[in-house]
Design a protein around this ligand. Structure first.
Ligand SMILES: C[S@@+](CC[C@H](N)C(=O)[O-])C[C@H]1O[C@@H](n2cnc3c(N)ncnc32)[C@H](O)[C@@H]1O
Length: 253
């Protein structure tokens, strides 16, 4: 198959069209994503801020919180944050065409900066990081790196929150789906404490019933929570208890 040959994939999955215009085994880097924007193949774009994230933003008390949206795309959530008076918003995306447009849109606005770059190489400290169809856009083998990088970018009391697909797609991604039983151990092992990860009733209509809303923070040495065999979060009183659980459940992991 030639590099520019179009891949047609029939799907009715969760309001997410397959978004490949080029072969999906290509590296999912700058060129891939820029081509998607150039071709107008943005099946992931809701055209509005997700209601679940609007609800989350409405719950944030500190308008000066340092907020990051990685893989921001058309950044409807960022616009909502601005409209609500948030003053310290950073967007990062790897697609130059998209970033040029966003930089032009927000030129001169001191409350938002738009960075062209690779999330995995980005540096900074943030109080809130918002996830919206970025996790599902990276190769599944990069998920551990994603969590480690999120952990680095979060301030000690910071929070990563957003939406993850709780569904599988019947085509090669992106998007790449999954379920919370896959996600929770990756977060746990990467040093993030999952405080919430449940199907949300607040998805945009085409994704209803297929999204998990989650919140996660940086694990502290005193946090002794582990993901149990039934995929729940088990909280332990101390590290010794957790180590004992680990030893007893080694084979079940
Ligand atoms: C599926 S789109 C989602 C866009 C947006 N979050 C939304 O929901 O509409 C994935 C986005 O992540 C960006 N992206 C992919 N890999 C990236 C990386 N390593 N660093 C920064 N952005 C990346 C793409 O350019 C694209 O805009």
């Amino acid at each position: 198959m030639s590099e520019n040959q179009e891949v047609t994939v029939e799907t009715s999955n969760a309001g997410m069209e397959a978004c490949c215009v080029v072969q999906c085994d290509l590296e999912l880097g700058e060129n891939y994503w820029n081509n998607q924007y150039e071709a107008g193949k943005t099946g992931w774009d809701l055209g509005m801020a997700s209601p679940a994230l609007v609800k989350y933003v409405d719950s944030l008390p500190n308008k000066d919180a340092r907020i990051l949206i990685p893989g921001c795309g058309n950044a409807y959530e960022a616009q909502y944050l601005l409209d609500k008076g948030f003053t310290n918003i950073t967007l990062i995306d790897i697609a130059p065409l998209l970033v040029e447009q966003l930089q032009a849109k927000y030129v001169g606005n001191p409350n938002i900066q738009v960075v062209l770059g690779d999330f995995f190489e980005f540096e900074g400290q943030f109080d809130v990081i918002i996830e919206q169809t970025f996790f599902c856009a990276i190769q599944p083998y990069m998920r551990s790196e994603y969590v480690k990088q999120m952990r680095k970018l979060l301030s000690p009391e910071g929070e990563l929150a957003g939406l993850l697909f709780d569904t599988r797609f019947d085509f090669d991604g992106p998007p790449f789906g999954g379920c919370k039983c896959e996600y929770k151990p990756i977060f746990d092992e990467g040093g993030l404490r999952v405080d919430e990860m449940e199907i949300t009733p607040d998805s945009a209509k085409p994704r209803a019933g297929t999204e998990l809303f989650f919140r996660a923070g940086v694990k502290k040495s005193t946090d002794a929570c582990v993901v149990d065999a039934a995929c729940g979060i088990k909280q332990y009183a101390n590290i010794a208890e957790k180590l004992q659980w680990n030893n007893e459940n080694q084979d079940k992991k």
